[in-house]
Design a protein around this ligand. Structure first.
Ligand code: NIG
Ligand code: FE
Length: 385
């Protein structure tokens, strides 16, 4: 395969009109555009602007102490079961207002934008009570007004069982999670519904209840599945026609076939794999063989993936999961758009949004190849920039 093979690389030009791509093709612009203001991009690489399709960008505090504990030998699950982990971020998040949550998230968002990211998914899930879940989503929406970026929200009330409902996950869902989801939906705060299907979180039967409420509200679903063990979340997500199933280190070939049949995107999160020093790899070969679309995302969160670099995610996707650089690029553009149910971005084609990244690189593989280096020359968001 030639350098950059498989991504439809062309030597050409493009025309933008308003916030859309009007024309793209090889060679020079057609005559119709002769009178349009033109710019020479100097032969640089233009890609769709990256999309970070799985983040927990909005939260309070940090978990540096937990990082130290893991270095001393504690596991992520040990810390969670001892009341740390997600629940420690819940306390820090509950202490902040929606405005303060947005301010706290802004540097993380800016780090993503600095690498060209134009669309960011942001989840709730560190409130686990009505007011804080709503505030997280309000903060996420506010971030989309504070910066030239598109924010897509996911309600993740089924992220962990709060301490006051310990041992009563089903009651937490009925009494807090579902009424909060309905309230958030009424306020226009929810674009999709997510859950954490895991031994330390919710069972497939409980997640099925979450999906039933989402279906009733007409909201698409996605799921954290098969991250630490195989509990059947991926199969459940596929049965529900989920947009995506995320993490998937413990998914099987049968799970891959189910995802392919459902058209559910596999979102791989190498930042969490790296941070938790996982050794079990997601079944990438099975995904390829079954024809599953593979996306990559930061999973930016204070515990398992304190990472705000989409370029490092591309590198990790290749180095840790053995994706090709072309797969990594598709993973943060075309397939990331699909993981969010978006059809107007993630590719360069007439009629799509003009969300573009212009890079100072000679070939596409350079985007995934370097570590700790940002070759972004220019970011265009909705035709501007
Ligand atoms: O995607 N898996 C569950 N949720 C997050 C971690 C959240 C946390 O540890 O704070 C994740 O990895
Ligand atoms: Fe996550």
């Amino acid at each position: 395969m030639p350098p950059g093979g498989g991504i439809g690389l062309i030597d050409g030009a493009l025309a933008l009109s308003g916030d859309r791509i009007a024309w793209v093709g090889t060679g020079d612009l057609p005559r119709d555009y002769a009178n349009w203001p033109a710019e020479d991009l100097g032969g640089r690489l233009v890609t769709p602007a990256p999309i970070d399709c799985h983040t927990h960008l909005v939260f309070g505090g940090n978990r540096a102490r937990e990082f130290e504990m893991r270095l001393e030998g504690a596991s992520y699950e040990d810390i969670a079961r001892a009341g740390g982990g997600i629940l420690s971020t819940v306390s820090a998040t509950r202490a902040l207002t929606a405005e303060a949550l947005a301010q706290a998230a802004l540097p993380r968002l800016d780090a993503l934008i600095a690498e060209g990211v134009a669309t960011v998914e942001i989840k709730s899930g560190y409130g686990l009570d009505r007011d804080t879940e709503l505030n997280m989503l309000r903060a996420a929406r506010a971030l989309g007004r504070m910066r030239p970026v598109r924010v897509v929200t996911s309600f993740l009330g089924a992220h962990a069982v709060p301490p006051d409902y310990a041992g009563r996950a089903a009651d937490y869902l009925s009494e807090i999670c579902f009424p909060t989801l309905r309230a958030a939906h009424d306020e226009g705060l929810v674009d999709a519904v997510d859950g954490f299907c895991e031994g330390i979180a919710f069972s497939p039967d409980q997640i099925a209840r979450v999906f039933a409420v989402a279906a009733e509200l007409g909201l698409p679903v996605k799921l954290h599945a098969e991250q630490l063990s195989n509990t059947g979340g991926t199969a459940l997500a596929a049965r529900a026609g989920a947009l995506s199933a995320d993490h998937l280190e413990h998914a099987t070939a049968a799970d891959a076939a189910a995802l392919a049949a459902a058209g559910t995107v596999a979102v791989l999160l190498p930042g969490a794999f790296y941070t938790l020093r996982e050794t079990r790899l997601p079944p990438v070969a099975a995904f390829r063989e079954a024809g599953v679309a593979i996306a990559l995302a930061t999973d930016c969160n204070p515990g398992s993936s304190p990472l705000a670099s989409i370029l490092l995610v591309m590198n990790m996707g290749c180095t840790l999961f053995r994706l090709t650089p072309a797969e990594a690029l598709a993973g943060v553009t075309r397939h990331a758009a699909a993981a969010l149910g978006l059809t107007d971005c993630g590719a360069i084609a007439p009629g799509l949004r003009a969300d573009l990244a212009v890079w100072d690189v000679g070939e596409p593989a350079e985007l995934a190849y370097r570590v700790g280096f940002n070759p972004l020359h220019r970011r265009i968001f909705g035709g501007r920039g």
